[in-house]
Design a protein around this ligand. Structure first.
Ligand code: DOR
Ligand code: ZN
Length: 332
């Protein structure tokens, strides 16, 4: 059996920089036609020059692959309308991190005073620049996303024309929030459709499944599955594939991030097939994102065959999800 997917998009991707970028870029470039590129480099992507230079390094690392990097800026409350206007044509979104909440987010926003953020968010709204948000507080780890809901509500109400993307949602309450505000959208990762906290820490600790936000309860995963499998028009695929060297994961003080890019499409196909929802996969991995962001990447056709694929133990020293295991689909 074979399956054809058109122009797959990954609306939340960490490509890193330097040697890591060189090694992992093509694991996305081979199967995806484009991705929203996260700006949490060290130092973060904060200027037009940063964006253009990083985009160039990505294009170089992609080589011959047909792949559009949709660039983002790391949100700073100091961005004013003049600056945002000047950078409008080089970015697709701005990514907001609460300070210190995850990998390389130390320079993010602290305090969440909507008035302090107003000038920047109003300018983004006027310029039609979407705001991507890592929605977690620094509360108890299982409650961080749910606690952030009130901030999403404040933002969505205060800036009704601003497109707000709740990144990598993991809870039923976030799914419910989507229905309450016209201007809220969400990305969903592959790993949060597959695992719960039990898979991470219920038995022997699994560092390669440790990420932020942490995987939650079975009922949360079920809520995510329901909207993803039905390709709810306000959700889209965003892998949050986040490579770290094996030594940084299998360490005392494990880095957060699950590396899924090389097998994401294949495993999504297996998952959608298992739930008898293959007819919705195209919308989840492409059409919804095109509608939400208005992006039009060059077309790219990916064919998957129902031939078992043995997932490697690592890709240049980065351990993927399902390492050394067999998955049902291969890329032709
Ligand atoms: O698990 C994560 N890893 N979550 C994030 O938000 C950031 C990412 C990373 O950059 O490693
Ligand atoms: Zn991320």
């Amino acid at each position: 059996m074979s399956l054809t997917l058109n122009t797959p998009l990954d609306m939340h991707l960490h490509l890193r920089d330097g040697e890591m970028l060189t090694h992992i870029a093509k694991s996305s470039g081979k199967t995806f036609s484009g991705a929203i590129i996260m700006p949490n480099l060290v130092p973060p992507v904060c200027t037009k020059e940063d964006v253009l230079a990083y985009q160039e390094r990505i294009n170089t690392a992609m080589g011959e692959e047909v792949f559009t990097p949709y660039m983002t800026l790391f949100f700073k409350p100091s961005y004013d309308k003049a600056f945002l206007s000047s950078v409008r044509d080089t970015i697709t979104a701005v990514k907001l991190y609460p300070a210190g909440i995850t990998t390389n987010s130390e320079g993010g926003v602290s305090g969440f005073d909507v008035e302090e953020l107003r000038p920047t968010l109003e300018a983004m709204s006027e310029l039609n620049i979407p705001l991507c948000v890592h929605g977690e507080t620094n509360g108890f780890v299982m409650d961080r996303e749910t606690e952030f809901a009130s901030i999403y509500e404040r933002l969505a109400t205060a800036f009704p024309k601003l497109k707000i993307i709740m990144e990598h949602i993991t809870t039923r309450s976030s799914v419910d929030l989507l229905g309450k505000f016209d201007n809220l959208y969400a990305t969903i990762t592959l790993h949060h459709l597959l695992i719960t906290l039990d898979d991470v820490a219920g038995g022997m600790l699994q560092p390669h499944l440790f990420c932020k936000p942490i995987a939650k309860r079975p009922e949360d995963r079920d809520a995510l599955l329901e909207v993803a499998l039905n390709a709810h028009p306000k959700v889209m695929f965003g892998s949050d594939s986040a490579p770290h060297p094996k030594e940084a994961k299998e360490a005392c003080g494990c880095a957060a991030g699950v590396f899924t890019a090389p097998i994401a499409l294949q495993v999504l196909a297996e998952l959608f097939e298992k739930h008898d929802a293959l007819e919705n996969l195209q919308d989840f991995i492409c059409t919804n994102a095109q509608n939400i962001y208005g992006v039009r990447p060059p077309s790219k056709t990916i064919t998957l065959e129902k031939i078992p694929f043995q997932v490697p133990s690592d890709y240049n020293g980065v351990v993927p999800i399902y390492a050394n295991q067999e998955i049902a689909y291969s890329i032709v």
